[in-house]
Design a protein around this ligand. Structure first.
Ligand code: ADP
Ligand code: MG
Length: 655
């Protein structure tokens, strides 16, 4: 008895007032007009009054779901008016258990998981909370119903599930608002028996009812009318019951530690993932539609980038195969107002050869010649060039050799046959060492080219330019100067240099430079820009997907306001709610991202089967996937925060 005197009362209200409205010009209406009420741990109190008298309002304040407008509320001796949201959340989950008229179970969770919700927020390990939930359900006669969803249970069963939930974290103070209001009389009797039993076991029970018959079952009855206490019967009676389950001398000392320590980070995430999966699964069709935006976005980023890269790589490779990336040519051009036609000379070739970065500069002239060999005559493409021709065109020799600088110098009548020509005139026999006639001039065959991969490159004969100009084609002027550079990156500078040298020599710009590498670079650049554009389009579809996520999340917050309220009433902190909604959003985007990557890969493989050049890029995949997840995070954040900032009472009243 000594101890009892030292212990502060469990609940002590002094001059408590509550008004609604008063903002944005609304009139302020006071509902509770100065309540003074003391409740000791272990009491079984009924608060009774007509409908609209303010009972629920009072209960919300008692349960820390709402704050008073004025007056003092001490819990275990501490004024809670200065408590932060997370501290109130701790109080709700450690001290209180709520039982509502409408049960307020979470639709998407089965009975066992509903019972476990408060323990989740208290950070109880999975196994022990499952065991405890099962034990509580058994104690309330629902041992077989753990796997049933609320919709599969009767009203009385749902109410017993909600009582089990109230007891999950201890349920030291059970706040029951019209717990029998929605029940048939038999279930009502059972629920009341249960509450009496809990009172006998030391739980503090605060029962709210408009029914005097129900109230009569409590040991103390407080009557409230129009927001004022008008009667308090049995208050002074000393408690004869068992020792209260909550010790008000020490209880608040645990708070600082309790608020900081929820579940471990990993367990929290696991829990959020599990419940996110359940909710998304329940509304899976809508989730699927939202997913679609992300899937299309991610898949198209991957496919478009792969096709774009494949195309440009393909082109580069083709060009490289023919030496195009290092090659350009200079041709004579008209000049002046009368359109005079100029020529290039062998002297020009020598000038160009001296320009820095020039690897090869050689005269080049093509024409047609009558070729006669093995008693066959045919007109043939004749390419004449310097001895570096094989290297410049990337030609390989199948037999013999290409002509040398010496051959050039002595104007040798030697010829190298293209593959097609050799086959036509020699039918697979080795032509090297044989003689052929080119426009009636005898030439010795010294080599045969390997297949070049280009039809034009195979259907020709190649001879030294010096010989062609003097003996076959009859002109001293090269049609082109073919140039190969060392470094294609420096090609613009090289073009500028050789242009300057030639202008100095000719005094007019009477030539043109066909700059293959620069064109290749331009085309490559264009292809890159194209694929960037495509990626941009894909990015836009990702954003659209993100907006879809935001939409479904905002709707979820609206639809699940009640659920958020229930979670808050059972002790969820703001960050728990926020984490849950962000997890749901990120889960949608991760699933969408994974499906998108898989579909992107499948489409790519199908394209490969259709001979479309495709180069997958891990970086593009990571980028697309990362964007998708970031989209989920960014677009999920706002709805999540909106959910977390809901007021518990407002959320509970929500639909
Ligand atoms: P009881 O539970 O005793 O039936 P309530 O506490 O629910 O009564 O409500 C008491 C009064 O407060 C009622 O007149 C009701 O209209 C009013 N009230 C309750 N909640 C709000 C609110 N959020 N805004 C304005 N008035 C409210
Ligand atoms: Mg009410």
């Amino acid at each position: 008895m000594e101890d009892q005197h030292q212990a502060p009362p469990l609940i002590e209200l002094t001059g408590l007032r509550k008004s609604y409205g008063g903002q944005e010009g609304e009139p302020s209406v006071e509902i509770l007009h100065g309540i003074d009420l003391t409740i000791r741990a272990g009491e079984f109190v009924a608060i009774v009054g007509a409908s609209g008298s303010g009972k629920s309002t009072l209960m919300h304040i008692l349960g820390c779901l709402d704050r008073a407008s004025a007056g003092i509320y001490r819990f275990s001796g501490q004024d809670i008016s200065s408590f932060a949201a997370d501290e109130l959340a701790w109080l709700r989950r450690e001290a209180f258990g709520f039982v509502f008229q409408g049960y307020h179970l979470i639709r998407t969770l089965d009975a066992s998981h509903n019972v476990q919700v408060p323990a989740v927020y208290a950070g109880t390990p999975v196994e022990s909370r499952q065991e405890r939930a099962q034990a509580l359900l058994e104690r309330l006669g629902l041992g077989e119903r753990g796997g049933h969803r609320p919709g599969q249970l009767s009203g009385g069963q749902q109410q017993r599930v909600s009582i089990a939930r109230a007891l999950m974290n201890g349920g030291h103070v059970i706040l029951a608002d019209e717990p029998t209001g929605a029940l048939d009389s038999q279930s009502g009797v059972e629920v009341m028996a249960l509450l009496r039993e809990l009172a006998d076991a030391g739980h503090t029970i605060i029962l709210i009812t408009h029914d005097p018959a129900v109230a009569a079952q409590a040991r103390r009855v407080v009557r409230i009318s129009d927001g004022r206490i008008v009667e308090d019967r049995g208050a002074s009676r000393p408690e004869a019951a068992a020792a209260p389950s909550l010790d008000t001398r020490h209880f608040m000392a645990h708070m600082a530690q309790g608020v900081a320590h929820g579940a471990s980070w990993l367990a929290d995430v696991r829990e959020a993932l599990g419940s996110a999966w359940k909710t998304l699964w329940v509304s899976r069709f809508r989730t699927l539609l939202t997913l679609l935006g992300i899937v299309i976005g991610v898949a198209s980023v991957i496919v478009l980038m792969a096709v774009g890269r494949g195309a440009s790589e393909d082109m580069l490779q083709k060009m490289a195969a023919f030496g195009n990336t290092h090659r350009m040519s200079i041709r004579p051009d008209t000049y002046g107002t009368r359109g005079l036609r100029s020529v290039l000379t062998e002297a020009d070739v020598r000038l160009v050869r001296e320009v820095p970065n020039v690897d090869i500069a050689m005269p080049f002239l093509t024409g047609n010649a009558m070729l006669r060999a093995n008693a066959t005559d045919a007109s043939t493409a004749l390419w004449s060039m310097g001895h570096e021709g094989a290297r410049l065109f990337n030609w390989k020799l199948a037999r013999g050799m290409f002509f040398s600088a010496e051959d050039e110098a002595r104007i040798a009548t030697v010829v190298v046959l293209g593959k097609t020509v050799s086959e036509r005139f020699f039918a697979g026999q080795n032509p090297v060492g044989q003689y052929v006639l080119l426009n009636s001039v005898p030439f010795r065959v010294i080599g045969e080219l390997a297949e070049t991969g280009e039809p034009d490159g195979d259907n020709l004969v190649a001879i030294p330019f010096a010989t062609a100009s003097r003996r076959v084609l009859g002109t001293p002027y090269p049609g082109l100067i073919q140039v190969k550079v060392h470094d294609p990156e420096r090609i613009s500078q090289t073009v500028a240099d050789l242009t300057e040298v030639l202008i100095q020599s000719h005094r007019v710009k009477d030539f043109a430079v066909a700059n293959n590498p620069a064109r290749a670079k331009q085309q490559n650049e264009a292809a890159r820009q194209q694929s960037l554009l495509l990626a941009l389009i894909a990015g836009i579809s990702l954003v659209v997907g993100g907006i879809g996520i935001m939409n479904i999340m905002l709707m979820a917050v609206k639809e699940r306001t009640r659920e958020i309220g229930i979670r808050m009433a059972t002790g969820a902190r703001q960050r728990d709610i926020q984490r849950q909604f962000i997890t749901e959003a990120v889960m949608v985007s991760v699933v969408g991202g994974v499906v998108g990557v898989v579909i992107g890969l499948i489409v790519g493989v199908v394209l490969i089967a259709w001979d479309v050049p495709v180069i997958f890029s891990i970086r593009a995949m990571l980028l697309a996937f990362g964007c998708a997840v970031a989209t989920g995070l960014v677009f999920g954040f706002m709805p999540a925060r909106q959910a977390a900032r809901l007021d518990p009472v407002v959320a509970l009243a929500g639909e």
